[in-house]
Write a protein that binds this ligand. Structure first.
Ligand code: ADP
Ligand code: MG
Length: 253
């Protein structure tokens, strides 16, 4: 299987704080990778480097064969201009813990905005596909509502529809259910499971172990800026090799 995402020896520091200390990761096309790990281990930073919201200090990131933020020429890497970076970024959907919807726009307009402004899609076309996406996440009847009128679970489903509207090659989720009341977690995980069944390539940072077991092709465990464990869900979750993984799992299970 060809790799949709490849990270090699990725390093990232904030001042003197080394947050990613040489991360290797490979995600095949159509695969779901779940990233586990304690708070502060670098999970969000990892996702942000894949999306080029953070520039790496060492190593490289490639998505679908194109280097994020750089162009390769022989052995040298050249930094891309902001415009080219933005173009690469539109091919990667990002769903945040806190939904980040535009509060002054209706649900439909939230989903329509990026295809029209970033991809220059005809509005009529963008509206039609937004309506189809809202139906897919079970919110066809909320098109004219505003985010504040929705539950957290509904807002997160809108955020997923909005990410899908750009037809991304890759979807990144950063603790998509952590801000939700427990009874709303399931409806969001169900939408992500449906995406997995459709063969969407995804990297999901979550503490939902049941979800990882059911949906992940690969589970990765991060600790202190490194991937210390990687494998099939049953192997990593039931027979972790590292003491740190065992300690973490005993707390979240
Ligand atoms: P996680 O998502 O696993 O909780 P993060 O990637 O958010 O971890 O953070 C890893 C470490 O990097 C933390 O110590 C955090 O405080 C630090 N960090 C993250 N972003 C920044 C930033 N923009 N500036 C300085 N430190 C940061
Ligand atoms: Mg985080």
């Amino acid at each position: 299987m060809s790799a949709m995402v490849e990270l090699r020896s990725v390093r990232k520091s904030f001042g003197s704080l080394d947050v990613l200390k040489g991360v290797d990761l490979e995600v095949g096309a159509g695969e779901v990778t779940v990233v586990l790990g304690p708070s502060g281990s670098g999970k969000s930073t990892l996702l942000r480097t894949i999306n080029h919201l953070e520039k790496v200090d060492g190593g490289w990131v490639s998505v679908d064969g194109s280097l994020i933020g750089y162009r390769r020429s022989g052995d040298k890497l050249y930094e891309l201009r902001e415009r080219e970076v933005l173009k690469q970024r539109t091919q990667i959907g990002f769903v945040f813990q806190n939904f980040n919807l535009f509060p002054h726009l209706t649900v439909l307009e939230n989903v329509v905005e990026a295809p029209v402004s970033a991809l220059k899609r005809p509005r009529r076309e963008a509206v039609a596909s937004a309506e189809a996406l809202l139906a897919r996440v079970g919110l066809a009847d909320k098109a004219d509502a505003y985010p504040r009128q929705l539950s957290g679970g509904q807002q997160q489903r809108v955020a997923i529809a909005r990410a899908l509207a750009l037809e991304p090659k890759l979807l990144l989720f950063d603790e998509p259910t952590s801000a939700l009341d427990p009874e709303l977690v399931g409806e969001v995980l169900d939408v992500i499971k449906d995406l997995a069944r459709r063969g969407t390539t995804m990297i999901v940072v979550t503490h939902e172990i049941g979800f990882a077991r059911e949906v992940a092709d690969t589970v990765v465990f991060m600790d202190d800026g490194r991937v210390i464990e990687r494998g099939a869900p049953d192997d990593v979750l039931d027979a972790p090799q590292h003491e740190r993984t065992r300690a973490f799992l005993s707390k979240v299970l």
